[in-house]
Design a protein around this ligand. Sequence first.
Ligand code: MN
Length: 475
Amino acid sequence: MSETVKKPIKITETILRDAHQSLIATRMPTDFMLPILEKMDKVGYHSVECWGGATFDASLRFLKEDPWDRLRKIRDGFKNTQLQMLFRGQNILGYRPYADDVVEYFVQKSISNGIDIIRIFDCLNDLRNLQAAVDATNKFKAQEGRGHAQIALSYTLGDAYTLEYWVDMAKKIEEMGADSICIKDMAGLLVPYKATEMISAMKSATKLPIQLHTHYTSGVASMTYLKAVEAGVDVIDTAMSPFALGTSQPATEVMVETFKGTEYDTGFDQNLLAEIADYFRPYRDECLANGLLNPKVMGVDIKTLLYQVPGGMLSNMVSQLKEQNAEDKYYDVLKEIPAVRKDLGEPPLVTPSSQIVGTQAVFNVLMGERYKMATKETKAVLRGEYGQTVKPMSQEVIDKVIPGEERITCRFADTIPNELDKLEAEMAEWKQQDEDVLSYALFPQVATDFFKYRQAQQTSVDQTVADGKNGAYPV
Ligand SMILES: [Mn+2]
């Protein structure tokens, strides 16, 4: 028998970020996480994803927690495990494009507060929108010796997204100075045998490690991981079983068991994993009982595969139609979505492009005439403000929606002057730590409300004198 070379598959654990974002609207509080970190630190994970995406927003808005404080506490708990975050390119963790000085400062503060790996993505896969964050990470790494820039490609299907496209992107990412590549399949569209093709092709085109991130939404995810691992993928993203499956990731314990005794064996201790799962399980039951976890998101959403539209986008569309008493138009809108996507240059459907395409499709159907009305965001996409799309946009639609307007071909952030000083000035009265300006930059209103709450807590303001209207919270 020939000796097989061991190549243990590496695991990124998502239970502290994507798993609870996907299943319970990102509501897991820091205090619940802390007691289990010591055990999680012993597993041998490649990394633990714990920050970014909606964690920042939900912490400030709903949990009344300082997200920076969460990061520092999690860092304290993990002595041996890398921490990972998700970063929306030039939008950072917010919903608008920021100037480069804010992007750089955010990267610097993320790493200095404990992040090791920054996963950076753009909804159009326009690599220009990722360069500032990659450069900032590399700059910090050169100075401090810590920091890893991972570029994530938003996975999607369509005429433009050939094997050559993905291979070409992998080469470009390597040239950009990133440390690794992630294929980010937010809707669970990557089916097992396609994963074989894609991972094999990309592995032969680049030396960079490749990580695969998918969701169980369409029911194929663990099979996709199996084929991807056989094809040479380096890291997969999984979630501990109490918060796995459905719209979340495949279960960590299941993938570990799957590869046991093979060349891909993780070497993880199933007893230790079982103890960790035991910790999270009662919280899952509590979330089921209080309605935070809806059993609907735990099943297979086959429409995702049929229509190649992310599940969340379909539910948004249904509620928009309901509001207009136009639920009978559901199938018309479903047909309109790929048409709008083509008009806009066939972008991947991920936040925010999924909402932009979905809302415009609803408008086009309900108005009885395509592009009779266009949203502000559709106009911005057509102007090129979100970046370059993989295919050209429809000239006919451009002429109808933004007639005579100038379109941008440069990187949009090049048109935004540095804004850190201005932001500092606006929030000076609330500043208690350097990082506060970044919370304010991302969510000006929500962060200000949080700063007021924080101050009220510190000064023990009485309920009767608290300024309820302006969002000050008494102790
Ligand atoms: Mn995800």
